[in-house]
Design a protein around this ligand. Structure first.
Ligand SMILES: C[S@@+](CC[C@H](N)C(=O)[O-])C[C@H]1O[C@@H](n2cnc3c(N)ncnc32)[C@H](O)[C@@H]1O
Length: 274
């Protein structure tokens, strides 16, 4: 942990932990974003002999894939409920890895401990970006690989967050919006000259589960912690609920682009610790 990390407001962290435990993230991980873990593991060239840390691993989307590739893996996340769901799923599949509750701003690991440190649509949700980026770098060995896969601000989930923002309580001082991690310049600035060999590419996740924006909204309203939190913040105000309903459906409709499949844009960034 670096000196700055001690200033992270633990009340904010506790709220986030509770938010990610609401709804049914394990369902969403299986039904919508499962292809992303393998994308990140492949981009990092993870294999036997690698000691890997997955930060904000949730139910182990990337971590389980890395373990299947032969690596020795620790999946860490703020939310114990998600780790438990991931551990059960890994056990069912006969995959062995470690599960550890951890805040990305204060990782309970030694300096230079891992060959690979990665995060799949995960560390982007730790609100204090520089703290979290510092921790990713600290626990990675010199010459080790760092990989982050993050929704872009312009893509569908980035736009979902922008849409929900006016309906949510104001963010705590110093917090930054999650989709900033989807901008290459932002991540380069966070990592600075502590990394080299940076590669960054924008790609899209094809999502064919929804017929229209309203279906997307209803799914997220029931399943996705941040969306549930937005609705809870305005419950009791029927006009605001109706407005948010309309806004989320509208942005959802916009991401079909005349086709049956939605395309959700993300940034895949890899680097090596200098
Ligand atoms: C969208 S989920 C991604 C989970 C998983 N990596 C995946 O690909 O499905 C975001 C995850 O970030 C975790 N998270 C949010 N804030 C965190 C923090 N400060 N430290 C560690 N994990 C955090 C949540 O608990 C949640 O599991």
């Amino acid at each position: 942990m670096n000196a700055e990390t001690t200033t992270v407001d633990q009340a904010v962290i506790a709220k986030h932990r509770a938010m990610w435990a609401t709804g049914d993230y394990p369902k969403l991980a299986v039904e919508l974003v499962a292809p992303l873990g393998p994308v990140l593991v492949e981009a990092l060239g993870i294999g036997a002999g690698d000691r890997v840390l997955d930060v904000a691993a949730g139910t182990g989307n990337a971590a389980i894939r890395a373990a299947q590739a032969g690596a020795s893996v620790t999946a860490s996340d703020l939310c114990p409920e998600l780790l438990q769901a991931g551990a059960a799923s890994a056990a069912q599949r006969g995959v062995e890895l470690q599960w550890r509750e951890a805040d990305a701003h204060a990782l309970p690991f030694a300096d230079n401990e891992f060959d690979v440190v990665m995060s799949c649509i995960g560390v982007m949700f730790a609100p204090f970006h520089q703290h979290a980026a510092d921790e990713l770098i600290r626990v990675c060995k010199t010459g080790g690989r760092i990989g982050v896969l993050s929704w872009t601000p312009e893509g569908h989930i980035g736009q979902l967050f922008a849409t929900m923002k006016p309906y949510m309580p104001p963010p705590p001082p110093g917090a930054q919006p999650p989709p900033l991690w989807g901008r290459e310049d932002h991540v380069r600035a966070l990592f600075g000259d502590r990394v080299n060999d940076v590669t960054a590419v924008s790609r899209t996740l094809a999502v064919d589960r929804f017929a229209d924006g309203a279906q997307f909204r209803d799914y997220f309203k029931n399943v996705y912690g941040p969306t549930i939190a937005a609705y809870r913040n305005i419950e009791g105000d029927a006009d605001l609920v109706a407005a948010l309903d309309a806004d989320i459906a509208r942005i959802g409709d916009g991401f079909f682009d005349g086709e049956d499949t939605m395309k959700w844009e993300y940034l895949l960034l890899t680097a090596r610790k200098a």
